[in-house]
Design a protein around this ligand. Structure first.
Ligand SMILES: *Cc1c(COP(=O)(O)O)cnc(C)c1O
Length: 391
């Protein structure tokens, strides 16, 4: 292959793009496929955000290049969001950076901060982008195995001493994808003090920060005093404001990492369309009433799905955050075999856990971001599954 680099030849297609291919094939065969593999909200972008975008589209000034780090107004809106939500003060000029969706920030911060041959600690199971970006930057991945018996909180005592010494960055993600795990501030306090002691930077991926249930409020890692000495947090409007396609997020926190990331980005991109940044300001500075409405919808769906899973013997509890359910496959199945069986028997796509790292084996992830009537149909089919292994 002349026109494909070795790196890319060895890189499997993004897991979810290969699932999409399979889904298309099945639909072409006339199968009524329900996709619970989706990791994006099905609910619409709130209308006040759309109205703001429409208004900004008429302003010709918005059609020029954005400042590299994002509009001042956008960075200020992010800072005021942090002050109001978390009581955290941020300098919009040095501690806030606009992202074209947090996925690119997560991918780009690795080459911006870590040298080839150095290592990073990555949650296992975890969002696949951490390890893929490390691979592309010749950075070694050390799995931080997250265990159900610890409610998927990090346990640093499990990590080899030499691995800790070699590590430059730690990725964390709460509420978590795929595990839907949540933590309280003490877990972040512990991580910050561990990483300070070992001179490791932290990137906290807070994509689901506002997607929480039953009065639980997800903390920001920056609420830990002096966390900014070593930590950045990446956030996104994708999941809370149903704006996945708009591509707008932010990195906040440690000045040195923000500057390194801004330097890399300014050489390869020119930030997001200013009209989108301004519409995002409206979302960030709102009272988040629409987020709460969405969360209520997800939670109703969660309750139904959890009881359907329990009824076929799959042991799972209601999560406090994210729109995922992470559950063990029935005894005797691998993740892949169970996903295959659910697809052929029920026409339902679920994501096998191994897609998220070696510790994901033996689990599967399903998403509640599917319209309620389709989800009801999926629940009916799952409840009728003949897995033959009801425990
Ligand atoms: C969806 C998601 C992201 C990326 O979202 P963007 O649309 O790129 O902002 C990042 N991390 C996790 C864990 C996610 O699930």
């Amino acid at each position: 292959m002349l026109f494909t680099s070795n790196k890319i030849q060895n890189l499997a297609p993004y897991f979810f793009s290969s699932i999409n291919k399979k889904k298309k094939e099945l639909i072409a065969q006339g199968i009524d496929v329900i996709d619970l593999g989706i990791g994006a909200p099905d609910l619409p972008t709130p209308s006040f955000v759309i109205e703001k975008l429409k208004e900004e589209l008429d302003n010709p000034k918005n059609g020029t290049y954005s400042p590299y780090s994002g509009l001042q107004e956008y960075r200020e809106a992010v800072a005021s969001f942090y002050l109001k939500e978390y009581g955290v003060t941020l300098d919009p000029d040095t501690e806030v950076l606009a992202l074209i969706g947090s996925k690119e920030g997560i991918a780009n911060i690795i080459p911006a901060v870590v040298n080839p041959g150095e290592s990073i600690l990555v949650p296992d199971p975890g969002y696949p982008v951490y390890r893929t970006s490390a691979y592309l930057s010749d950075v070694n991945v050390i799995n931080l195995s997250l265990k159900p018996e610890n409610q998927y909180a990090p346990d640093f005592t499990e990590v080899d001493k030499n691995d800790i010494e070699r590590s430059k960055l730690l990725f964390l993600n709460y509420p978590g994808n795929p595990t839907s795990a949540t933590v309280d501030l003490s877990a972040f306090e512990h991580a910050v003090s561990f990483c300070k002691e070992n001179q490791i930077g932290i990137v906290h991926d807070a994509a689901y920060s506002l997607v929480t249930y039953e009065g639980y409020k997800a903390p920001s890692i920056l609420e830990v005093p002096d966390a900014k000495d070593i930590a950045v947090e990446m956030g996104s409007l994708s999941k809370s404001y149903n704006m996945t396609g708009w591509r707008i997020g932010y990195a906040v926190g440690n000045k040195e990492m923000i500057k390194a990331l801004a330097t890399l980005k300014s050489n390869i991109d020119t930030s997001q369309f200013m009209a989108i940044q301004k519409a995002a300001c409206a979302a960030l500075t709102s009272d988040h009433a629409t987020v709460k409405e969405n969360n209520n919808i997800y939670y109703e769906r969660m309750k139904k799905m959890v009881s359907a899973l329990n009824s076929i013997g799959i042991d799972v509890e209601l999560p406090k955050g994210s729109f995922f359910i992470w559950a063990p496959v029935p005894k005797g199945y691998s993740s892949a075999a169970f996903a295959e069986q659910v697809l052929t028997e029920a026409g339902v796509i679920i994501t096998p856990g191994h897609a998220f790292g070696p510790s994901g084996e033996g689990f599967f992830r399903i998403s509640m971001s599917v319209s309620t009537d389709r989800l009801d149909e999926a629940i009916k089919r799952i409840a009728n599954l003949k897995t033959g292994v009801t425990q």
